[in-house]
Design a protein around this ligand. Structure first.
Ligand code: V47
Ligand code: SF4
Length: 409
């Protein structure tokens, strides 16, 4: 039987689908076939041979036992990152939620005259920087909407205000969707925007705006914003300029296994070329208050399978992040045995997931994060955004310095 892939366009390696033998009475894959294929994949993983599109499609099949997929991913995690799990002390800043676009999965955006809409002024931005510094943050994660009436200088000003007042804070800012908007506003190239933003304080790029790259899905969930080509062009340019970046995949909405594998392989391809991605973050779709609110949130089983399959396919990206805000604490802890080696940070002021129904806390203390990691059997290590170890003054928590550079790809 053909697995359900329903696509018109072949994936990066030219395969369209994969055929499985199924038991006609149960419609489930035959155990002997599952075992044989798993053995082949295990051999490849053990000998560090690259997995293919077919392997990825197979590993995503719900009939393939999750614990076996997790065990393989755990092997890779252990080999790449040892017994360590990383976290950071960070905060979020969404300078505005007003947005010209209307992505169907987004509960965060607001219209220009919506009472929920806001755009921060300098004073508010500085207050957030001060709060972050007082709490010992090393990173500020900055993304938001594309405001109809805020010029490029306003966005640039967010970074320059923060970097002038809080020079130690690493500013991980703007997705390719924003960079693309700035190109449109300034009529300048990606490279120009990136250099200008770097001058203003940009340290690295977050992984957002990736959603699902395949046009069959992208055209249905966010057809107007920066397309797949623009997303890759932005990250390639960043990497060429020596700016590191993260990458993501938004799963659990209308996409199928085939689109997920295609997405992961496209990321692997760019990483082969530039080596500039530090970490991959699978993002579970939260449907509440979105145009896709009729859909069910992905299950914990699906979350863990996504962590594991991404660890296995993305053999050239050093870290996989189990973002606790989105997965929930229990699943994030379990994910540390399914391929993940990072759980993100303390996170204050998260809006994107909480607007979409996330019930996780809005903040975790450092002690709690370390406790979660230890409970999961790993050694907690604080990192900064670009994966350098952070050393804290034991008598003054907000006083920190940079130690060793940790493994990056
Ligand atoms: O691009 C938006 C996603 C992304 C929803 O780089 C949603 O370290 C689920 O990129 N349900 C932005 N997901 C967030 C992001 C991110 C998060 C954490 C760490 C890093 C990093 C990056 O959030 C968007 C979109 O894919 N998103 N709405 C939703 N309802
Ligand atoms: Fe705007 Fe980003 Fe929401 Fe899309 S995901 S509507 S670009 S804020």
């Amino acid at each position: 039987m053909e697995s359900v892939l329903n696509t018109n366009e072949p994936p990066s390696d030219g395969r369209k689908s994969i055929t499985f033998k199924v038991n006609p009475n149960t419609n489930q894959m035959i155990a002997t076939e599952i075992n044989a294929r798993l053995r082949t994949i295990r051999d490849k993983v053990e000998s560090q041979e690259r997995l293919t599109m077919d392997d990825g499609l197979f590993l995503y099949q719900p009939d393939v036992p999750l614990h076996e997929v997790g065990e393989l991913a755990d092997l890779v995690r252990q080999r790449m990152n040892g017994n360590v799990a990383y976290y950071n002390i960070n905060t979020h800043l969404n300078p505005t939620n007003v947005c010209v676009y209307r992505c169907r999965f987004c509960a965060f955006r607001a219209d220009l005259r919506d009472p929920k809409g806001y755009a921060m002024d300098d004073e508010q931005v500085i207050a957030r920087g001060q709060e972050a510094t007082d709490n010992g943050c090393t990173e500020m994660h900055i993304v938001g909407g594309l405001h109809h009436q805020r010029p490029y200088e306003w966005y640039r000003g967010v970074l320059s205000t923060l970097s002038e007042n809080f020079p130690k804070l690493h500013l991980k800012a703007w997705t390719p969707v924003e960079i693309n908007w700035f190109e449109f506003q300034t009529k300048n190239s990606t490279e120009w925007v990136m250099n200008d933003m770097r001058e203003a304080g940009l340290g690295s790029l977050p992984g957002g705006g990736a959603e699902i790259f395949h046009p069959e899905v992208r055209d249905q969930i966010c057809e107007h914003k920066a397309n797949t080509h623009a997303w890759f062009h932005t990250h390639r340019t960043a990497h060429q300029l020596g700016i590191r970046s993260n990458c993501t995949m938004l799963y659990g909405h209308i996409e199928q296994a085939y689109h997920r594998v295609d997405h992961l392989l496209r990321l692997r391809e760019l990483q082969d070329e530039t080596g500039g991605f530090q970490v991959f973050i699978p993002l579970a779709f939260h449907p509440e208050n979105t145009k896709l609110s009729h859909l069910k949130k992905p299950s914990a089983l699906d979350d863990l399978r996504n962590v594991a399959v991404s660890r296995l396919l993305l053999d050239n990206i050093q870290h996989i992040k189990a973002y606790w805000i989105m997965l929930g604490i229990g699943t994030a802890q379990t994910a540390l045995s399914y391929g993940a080696d990072d759980i993100d940070g303390t996170v204050r002021h998260e809006l994107i997931y909480h607007d979409a129904g996330a019930t996780t806390p809005e903040f975790l203390s450092v002690d709690r994060i370390r406790e979660l990691i230890i409970e999961a059997g790993r050694v907690p290590v604080e990192r900064n955004t670009i994966y350098q170890e952070v050393i804290r003054d034991p008598n003054d928590f907000s006083n920190w310095s940079i130690g060793e550079t940790l493994p990056v790809s």
